[in-house]
Ligand binder design. Structure first.
Ligand SMILES: NC(=O)c1ccc[n+]([C@@H]2O[C@H](COP(=O)([O-])OP(=O)(O)OC[C@H]3O[C@@H](n4cnc5c(N)ncnc54)[C@H](O)[C@@H]3O)[C@@H](O)[C@H]2O)c1
Ligand SMILES: [Zn+2]
Length: 389
């Protein structure tokens, strides 16, 4: 297959799988699934949602049939609220009704919501069946489809229930992003900036150069152009490579680690993001958009704590703003936001771990409880002031 193939050996125990990244690769989904679903898979069930399936599902199912699979399908309603227990049970029932056996496979066709739920269901159905991923959002291509975290939301909180379950293969066709709404592109780009900042100069530059060359507002016009296709493939491959390198070194996000390569650093920008999502009842921001603000907040706070300087802060404002327009912050109460930090799921042993930065490629894990509330509020006010509109 043309394009880039990254071989991922997450556990170091030989449990490796491939992430194939190539524009147009969906046309070869049949042979790809045959190659990665295990030698004896006869049946395959495509899990998708009611937005993505009508666009790509028919084609994918047809290709899988042509490759010799008996194909089943199951669709989730669109939206984060549907990533829940009830739908896991419905998915498991659909697998059973289709008589999916231990040697058959599940394929997720969709964004992070579909991937997380389908992966979780695949991990517990018959104690685990082969799972393939075809991520269709930028966020799921560079982030959620890499690393083996699966799960759903429950009344106890977001992503509270889940498993670590590595897929047997991931197929990334960046051409599928053509139909993705612009806000979802912005959300994915914010996570890309996050990973660039964490990784260091090279990935930061690749991401920032991509944003300069292809302004987000006009990005949709570029799909189908060869040069753009190559540029977005390279960006996604570099991003996936970074995420995989972190996951490889710390598959299960060990609680005891606090070094600059621990999986925890991927939470950069997320303390504020989760709080902003919570205080707006998950309705105002796409998760990635909230991460965009989270990056800037972490930068402001890092500067206040003398970990970094204005130059880095300004650089981050510049690059985050190039990911597109973020929803307004007006009407959000900084006090309420700081209060919501308490609920951050990355709390370890009751203390709030925050990822701050000393510079590009230099994350630092800091105990947020040691930071005075007044400093949090001041950093937030700086951020809000720069975004009054
Ligand atoms: N497992 C992990 O490590 C991990 C990491 C980050 C995020 N996540 C999870 O991922 C989820 C967010 O994922 P997401 O941002 O992909 O959101 P999503 O799955 O909700 O997709 C966003 C929207 O885009 C639509 N869509 C998807 N692909 C499309 C396409 N090609 N064309 C047109 N529309 C398309 C979807 O129907 C949806 O409306 C959250 O539930 C989050 O918790 C998981
Ligand atoms: Zn995120």
């Amino acid at each position: 297959m043309a394009g880039t193939t990254l071989k991922i050996d997450i556990s170091g125990r030989g449990g490796s799988y491939e992430i194939a990244i190539a524009n147009g690769s969906i046309s070869r989904v049949g042979s790809w699934a045959k190659q990665h679903s295990g030698k004896v898979a006869r049946k395959i069930i495509v899990v998708s949602n009611t937005t993505v399936f009508p666009i790509y599902g028919g084609f994918v199912a047809e290709q899988l049939r042509s490759a010799g699979f008996e194909v089943g399908t199951w669709q989730l309603k669109d939206g984060e609220v549907h990533k829940n227990w009830r739908n896991v049970e419905k998915a498991l029932n659909a697998f059973a009704a289709f008589d999916l056996s231990r040697t058959d496979a599940v394929v997720a066709l969709g964004g992070g919501v579909v991937g997380d739920l389908a992966g979780f269901a695949a991990s517990i159905y018959l104690r685990g069946v082969p799972f393939l991923q075809i991520p269709t959002t930028l966020l799921s291509m560079i982030d959620s489809s890499v690393g083996g975290k699966t799960g759903v939301n429950s009344s106890a909180g977001k992503n509270r229930v889940g498993s670590f379950y590595q897929p047997s293969g991931v197929l990334i066709d960046t051409g599928l992003l053509k139909t993705l709404p612009p806000r979802e592109i912005t959300a994915g780009l914010c996570e890309a900036v996050k990973q660039g900042v964490l990784s260091g100069r090279e990935l930061f530059k690749t991401t920032s150069d991509f944003l300069s060359r292809y302004p987000v507002a006009e990005m949709s016009k570029n799909f189908g152009e060869r040069e753009f296709g190559n540029a977005i493939d390279s960006l996604v491959a570099a991003q996936v490579g970074f995420k995989a390198s972190i996951v490889r070194g710390d598959e299960r996000e060990s609680t005891g680690r606090a070094d600059a390569r621990s999986r925890k650093i991927l939470n950069f920008g997320h303390t504020l993001a989760h709080a902003l999502e919570k205080v707006t009842s998950y309705k105002h921001f796409k998760h990635g958009e909230a991460v965009g603000y989270g990056i800037l907040y972490a930068a402001e706070l890092s500067k206040m704590l003398a970990l970094t300087d204005d130059k880095v802060v300004n650089l981050l404002y510049d690059v985050v703003h190039r990911t597109g327009r973020l929803p307004s912050l007006s009407g959000i109460d900084p006090e309420e936001v700081v209060e919501a930090f308490r609920f951050d799921k990355k709390q370890v042993a009751g203390s709030l771990q925050m990822i701050l930065i000393k510079g590009i490629g230099k994350p630092a894990i800091v105990n947020g409880d040691g930071i005075p509330r007044s400093t949090h509020i001041r950093a937030l006010k700086h951020l809000f002031k720069k975004h009054q509109s």
